[in-house]
Design a protein around this ligand. Sequence first.
Ligand code: UD1
Length: 341
Amino acid sequence: MRQKILVTGGAGYIGAHTASVLDKEGYEPVLLDNFSNSDRTLLSGLRKITGKQITFHEGDCNDRSLLHSIFQKEGDIAAVIHFAARRYVGESVEKPLYYYRNNVGSTITLLEVMLEHGVSDFVFSSSCTVYGQPDELPVTEDTPRKPAESPYGNTKKICEDIIQDTVLSGQPIKAAILRYFNPIGTHPSHLMGEVPHGVPNNLIPFLTQAAVGVRPELVVFGDDYDTPDGSCIRDYIDIMDLAEAHVQALKFLRSTEANSLFEIFNLGIGEGKSVLELIKTFEKATGVSLNYKIGPRRPGDVEKVYANVDKASEVLLWKATRDMSESLYNAWQWQLRLGKH
Ligand code: UD1
């Protein structure tokens, strides 16, 4: 009997990729999404990849009665992976209440409904944004969090605290907090990938759109940072590696005999790459020459951040294995499928 895993934000970029790995690993993903920042294309890709009609519920994670009815209808949800959240720094500065209502509200509602239905295992999408610009690199899970630079970053921090307080209070919640570094790439079938709404904020969708001609050029945000080539450094992790880490986290929770548990894991490759290095790797992997120029720094960007991933490797028995050329090649193939969208 396949265990049902509720995946909120299941039609989103990370959610849909994780659902494909859940299916492959013998779980039954049950998806919930309101399509606020996701796309039906990913659901049809997921159907083709899995060869199955994946159960899908359309709606909002803040909708308590909907959540109740899903738990009731499905009957035996074993665990929840909570991706559903808004994630744009700039938008969060303009609409803080929307971000707090959406990201924090949904996490509270979900935890309450889980407790009412006796479901304890909870995987939460957090972000390396909680570290801000760390004083020391690489960052471990014990690296102190910095005050958030944006309402978006603050929602991740607040949600982590809410989950921790719930666990500390002795409520039967077992939580794995996954702090993602920068996810890139697509499913190797190129049937799923990132579908940006409007002008992309993140590097890869912008870069592939510039390469295909949707955008006139890519602007590299600053080349005067204190890094070897002057551009910012990040830890770019392939989406399939990231998706697999969720399933490992789930297995860890399910196999740990505790009533309550709160563990944080960094998910990255453990190595920093600069924006200019990434551009070169993209050009080499795809044979496409990119039209880019150096522009001013983007406010709020940190200079460099990359992960220490020892804990995930020791406890979750997981390590990222794909290399950047492969991820960027896949991202390009996905953009070619999307065409000039
Ligand atoms: C951002 C958010 C992070 C969030 C993540 C996923 C900030 C400070 N951080 O991460 O909290 O979890 O997105 O949504 O906003 N770049 C360019 N040109 C571009 C776009 C990006 O040079 O057109 C550079 C950036 O300066 C950065 C790197 O590419 O150095 C990665 O940027 P991006 O993909 O936006 O991710 P982060 O800023 O690291």
